[in-house]
Design a protein around this ligand. Structure first.
Ligand code: ZN
Ligand code: ZN
Length: 313
């Protein structure tokens, strides 16, 4: 029996998109028109303009052919020296599909004494029919426990181009493993969060969906996507007692479960690998790195009781 990770099921196209973008509507240097044009020229299918505390549906450059996914970024500041906060991207469907936020609706920054107290932000996002994404935990000075203290979050950034380029912070995926190991079904997103043109186009998602906001949102909720900075993932599935990955030519393929040493294959232009998940682990995910050092990450395959019973036979 073969169980595919949701990104590799069904006939819908794999759309390329960026879920976290800034423009002159908040603190970035390029206008919405310029940013949309830049992503369209790079071959993206969709883009969310997630300026700080300012909701957007509008396609400022409709001739680009790019689909705009409605969204914004909200934040809550936490006490303590240095940077300590919770940032959440909010992504929603079309207005007529139940999105309760308005174009240009503005929000305040919250001040809270613990990450858990940012829960009203998560609730406000959900009650408006939107999907929250926990942003850049390493940049925000978060712990994995802070992510886990927000019960309904099921997507988080594991790569944020702005944080990597500006701050050298590329360890967001480490938080992901800790959260997954604690039993949370969490999907990993790569996004740009660009404030300058040179930060745009470095990290993206490939989503298995038709090209409408509600279809993309539904696929994100189901984990029907993968995250990448370049390499393509062709398939990731469980077959009997093995996890199997196929991808574009890369130099490194790793399978990861937290607290189990990872399985790695290295080679020139390798395009696949397989492994038997270690008994008792609750998920397995794969990541790859190409000759330019660019990564891609599958979402996890969750290994529940049923899986382990089947694998025993
Ligand atoms: Zn942020
Ligand atoms: Zn941002």
């Amino acid at each position: 029996m073969i169980v595919h990770q949701a990104a590799f099921e069904g006939k819908a196209p794999l759309l390329k998109g960026n879920l976290h973008t800034h423009t002159t509507r908040s603190d970035a240097i390029s206008s919405p028109e310029t940013v949309i044009g830049q992503y369209a020229a790079m071959g993206y299918d969709f883009l969310a303009l997630t300026d700080h505390r300012l909701y957007n549906y509008q396609n400022f450059a409709p001739e680009s052919g790019l689909l705009i996914l409605p969204g914004m970024e909200l934040d809550a500041n936490l006490p303590g020296p240095g940077c300590h906060c919770v940032h959440l991207v909010s992504l929603g469907p079309e207005k007529e599909r139940g999105n309760r936020f308005e174009q240009d609706q503005a929000f305040e920054s919250l001040s809270v004494s613990s990450a858990q107290e940012a829960l009203p932000l998560v609730r406000a996002i959900e009650e408006a029919g939107n999907l929250p994404i926990f942003c850049h935990p390493e940049w925000s000075g978060n712990t994995a426990q802070e992510i886990l203290s927000l019960p309904d979050i099921s997507l988080m950034e594991i790569w944020n181009s702005g944080c990597v380029v500006e701050n050298g912070l590329d360890a967001h995926a480490a938080y992901w493993d800790e959260v997954l190991c604690a039993g949370r079904r969490m999907y990993g997103v790569a996004s740009d969060d660009g404030h300058h043109p040179y930060q745009n186009g470095l990290g993206f998602v490939k989503v298995r969906a038709e090209k409408t906001p509600s279809a993309i949102l539904d696929a994100l909720r189901r984990g029907a996507f993968y995250a990448s900075c370049g390499p393509e993932i062709y398939d990731f599935y469980l077959e009997d007692d093995k996890a199997v990955l196929f991808c574009s030519p890369v130099e490194v393929i790793r399978f990861r479960h937290f607290r189990v040493p990872y399985v790695e294959r290295r080679g020139n232009g390798i395009m696949g690998h397989q492994t038997a998940p270690v008994k008792g682990t609750n998920y397995i995910r794969a990541e790859v790195m190409d000759a330019q050092g660019r990564m891609a990450w599958t979402n996890p395959l969750f290994l529940d009781e049923k899986y382990w019973q089947r694998a025993k036979k």
